[in-house]
Design a protein around this ligand. Structure first.
Ligand code: MG
Length: 380
């Protein structure tokens, strides 16, 4: 017996999955049976729903594995305590799923959106992104959000019949919204949850990493209102803890407090705007937002991290070195395209030399980029 097709405009959803979603999800959650389907027609799966399949495709992708060796804020040479792009992604997925499940949203869709959100990051984090954007200015520039779409639509090769991962329209639309924020309609709540979880995760873990690396002192953070309030909340339960014990308790409280706040605020907005379907979600203003009580102090923490961590001299020095390396490599490969691997050389005719070099560089891990720079372009 052959399975029904999943194609544009429809998804084949196993009864098991459709019934489960019908029983568990809120009326404003996205259901697999409402999916707009995939670009290329494929047979459905006996027991996995379309968003589960999307999640599995992203997990098995090359780009996902390479996130393990791409930096978030701090490079591998600073130690091995801090987050990589992969562990950041997993923390975002964890926070997103917690919030998504509590709001009775489609957790499979939430998860694949979280796993996809940073898939397009080049080596060396935002420093790498900025230099590629400059190098590619003549052909449309570079952004990690757009690159994630290129990866899942074009660059990954997993199937003989089509390029890319052939993800559902909802995952592509969610990632597209990250690029064009004001497209006239709000994104699905599953997309909004991931957007909110991203900053909860990075604000907290960047503070943690910076403390552990000694770039920040606890006393400095204690001046930041959001941190100070989290300390006060922890102190109500544990009056005497200090040092690392205190830091861990505060980090835990920061995440839990922000997620509780998002949960309460979102439910209140859903009620206020009488949201009862995905159509209502699209017509309503953004719903997954923190309260003003949290949002203001959260912005302060972000400003603090920008000034004190992201512009820390050690971080800036690494950033400058990474930028000059990637820039040299970009121009080097453009001058000598024969240095590109055969698969990429074959793409030049379709996508042009610059974009192809950009795709190649963006796919590299930090370590591989450094090695290639040393071998091919004159080292340090
Ligand atoms: Mg992120």
């Amino acid at each position: 017996m052959s399975e029904p097709l999943e194609s544009a405009g429809q998804c084949a959803v196993p009864a098991l999955v459709a019934e489960r979603e019908q029983a568990l999800l809120a009326p404003y959650a996205m259901r697999s049976v409402e999916s707009a389907g995939r670009e290329h027609a494929e047979a459905g799966h006996r027991y996995r729903g379309p968003y589960q399949r999307d999640r599995d495709r992203v997990i098995h992708s090359t780009a996902h594995r390479r996130l393990a060796a791409k930096m978030q804020v701090f490079t591998g040479e600073l130690g091995d305590y801090h987050r990589t792009r992969l562990t950041h992604t997993l923390e975002v997925a964890s926070v997103s799923r917690t919030l998504g499940r509590a709001l009775r949203l489609n957790e499979d869709l939430v998860e694949v959106l979280a796993l996809t959100h940073d898939l397009g990051h080049p080596p060396f984090g935002h420093a790498g992104e900025d230099v590629l954007d400059e190098c590619l200015a003549g052909v449309g520039g570079f952004s990690h959000n757009r690159q994630a779409l290129r990866i899942v639509q074009l660059l990954e090769h997993r199937y003989p019949d089509f390029p890319g991962l052939n993800l559902t329209a909802e995952v592509l639309a969610g990632q597209t919204w990250r690029i064009e924020h004001d497209a006239g309609a709000s994104p699905l709540l599953e997309v909004q949850v991931v957007e909110a979880a991203d900053s909860v995760a990075y604000n907290t873990h960047d503070a943690d990493d910076a403390l552990e690396l000694g770039l920040l002192e606890l006393g400095e953070l204690a001046q930041v209102p959001l941190w100070r309030e989290a300390v006060a909340r922890v102190r109500r339960q544990y009056t005497a803890i200090e040092g690392k014990e205190l830091i861990r308790a505060v980090l835990h409280e920061l995440i839990d407090w922000q997620v509780r706040d998002l949960f309460d605020q979102t439910l209140a907005r859903i009620a206020r705007h009488q949201v009862g379907s995905t159509r209502d979600v699209r017509a309503a203003p953004l719903l997954v937002l923190p309260s003003e009580e949290v949002a203001g102090p959260k912005r302060e923490l972000e400003k603090f991290l920008h000034a004190r961590v992201y512009r820390h001299e050690q971080v800036v020095a690494i950033r400058q070195r990474a930028q000059s390396q990637l820039g040299e490599m970009f121009h080097g490969y453009c001058r000598r395209p024969n240095l590109l691997p055969p698969g990429f050389r074959a793409r030049v005719a379709d996508f042009g030399l610059e974009r192809t070099v950009g795709d190649y560089l963006a796919g590299m891990t930090d370590r591989y980029a450094q090695q290639q720079h040393e071998q091919l372009f004159g080292g340090k």
